[in-house]
Design a protein around this ligand. Structure first.
Ligand SMILES: *Cc1c(COP(=O)(O)O)cnc(C)c1O
Length: 338
């Protein structure tokens, strides 16, 4: 019952992506509470697997994991040096000339990294901004220069090669370790690996790392089972009507737990030992109704994330991506770590 998180599978996925990173060293991206799985448990497990470089989005996320990691681990903060951020023990990834000058004024001599924009237009210094401060920034000794790919999950997208070229133009000869690839970039091949890779979603069993070991099982307790007759409806809006006698189970989770209402009526199922039991009616805040007519016996719990319906399968049936399924996983689930 609840959310089972296989730390051993996360470690195996990190090793596999480190292996595919070739000569580059693999970091671990643990932002957003390790994609919803619990950064205070996941980050030390990744350290034990060999990771020494960790990325979070916000300084507060870095402060939450710093005490759980040994001193030889570096924790990079992707939002960089925001006004008032507590960066003690962390490495800000400076995204603009303003962040660079603020950081050097407040933290002279402390480690920092630089992010360059190679085309995504989200974070990082533009080529002209970089050209203007490059000499001063390099003289200050960044520990890493990085950029991020917008389309790495589409290997044939022309933006990949264009961003790679831009990154070379902006960084060749700089003499600083470089990083461009997240999970998708690792799979694009050695040209994209540079010195450090930054896998995130692949560690947690998500696409585009199709060979990932599954990390999660989410089992929802059955509260009640009932029989409905032809013509009876189930759930809000009477959106589903039985066409034949059906057995309906009501399980204890809903959109307040990150099981999006958008997955109503789109073919998602819960599973009893591999047998699909379709969701019927609308997903409500705390409850989901499931057609269990196919089961000889209704178990105490039904699985919504399991090998038969992995996070990306569920995401497709909810009109979203695996990343959003992961990071939406509710706080009400009892989390068990294997
Ligand atoms: C989230 C993120 C990553 C990890 O991306 P995945 O696709 O989850 O592997 C790496 N780098 C940056 C800058 C990110 O924002």
């Amino acid at each position: 019952m609840g959310l089972q998180i296989d730390l051993g599978a996360i470690q195996a996925n990190w090793r596999a992506l480190a292996d595919r990173s070739g000569a580059a060293r693999a970091a671990a991206v643990v932002k957003a509470n390790a994609y919803g799985l619990g950064a205070e448990r996941v980050a030390p497990a990744l350290y034990d697997a060999g990771a020494r470089d960790f990325f979070v989005a916000l300084a507060a996320e870095g402060q939450a994991i710093r005490p759980h990691l040994a001193d030889d681990a570096q924790v990079f903060v992707l939002s960089g040096h925001m006004d008032g951020a507590d960066l003690a023990g962390l490495v800000p990834v400076l995204n603009s000339p303003q962040q660079f000058f603020r950081d050097r004024a407040i933290r002279p001599g402390r480690p920092f990294a630089i992010q360059l924009d190679t085309g995504m237009n989200r974070l990082g210094m533009e080529p002209a901004q970089w050209a203007a401060i490059r000499d001063e920034a390099l003289a200050a000794g960044p520990v890493l220069i990085m950029s991020h790919l917008a389309c790495a999950d589409e290997p044939d997208h022309p933006a990949n090669a264009a961003q790679l070229t831009a990154f070379h133009q902006m960084t060749d000869g700089c003499g600083v370790p470089r990083s461009l690839a997240a999970t998708g970039g690792i799979l694009l091949g050695p040209d994209y690996h540079f010195d450090l890779t930054r896998p995130g979603v692949g560690l947690y069993g998500g696409l585009p790392f199709a060979d990932a070991q599954p990390v999660l099982r989410l089992s929802l307790p059955v509260i009640q089972t009932r029989d409905v007759l032809p013509g009876e409806f189930v759930g809000y809006g009477a959106a589903w009507v039985a066409e034949s006698p059906r057995r309906i189970a009501t399980v204890a989770a809903g959109y307040a737990d990150g099981l999006h209402r958008a997955m109503s009526g789109r073919g998602a199922s819960l599973y009893a030992a591999g047998t699909a039991c379709p969701i019927v009616g609308r997903v409500s805040m705390d409850l989901i109704t499931v057609d269990v007519t196919a089961l000889a016996e209704v178990p105490a719990a039904l699985d919504i994330i399991c090998p038969a319906q992995k996070i990306d399968d569920l995401a497709a049936r909810a009109g979203t991506i695996g990343y959003e399924i992961l990071t939406s996983l509710g706080r009400r689930y009892e989390r068990t770590y294997l």
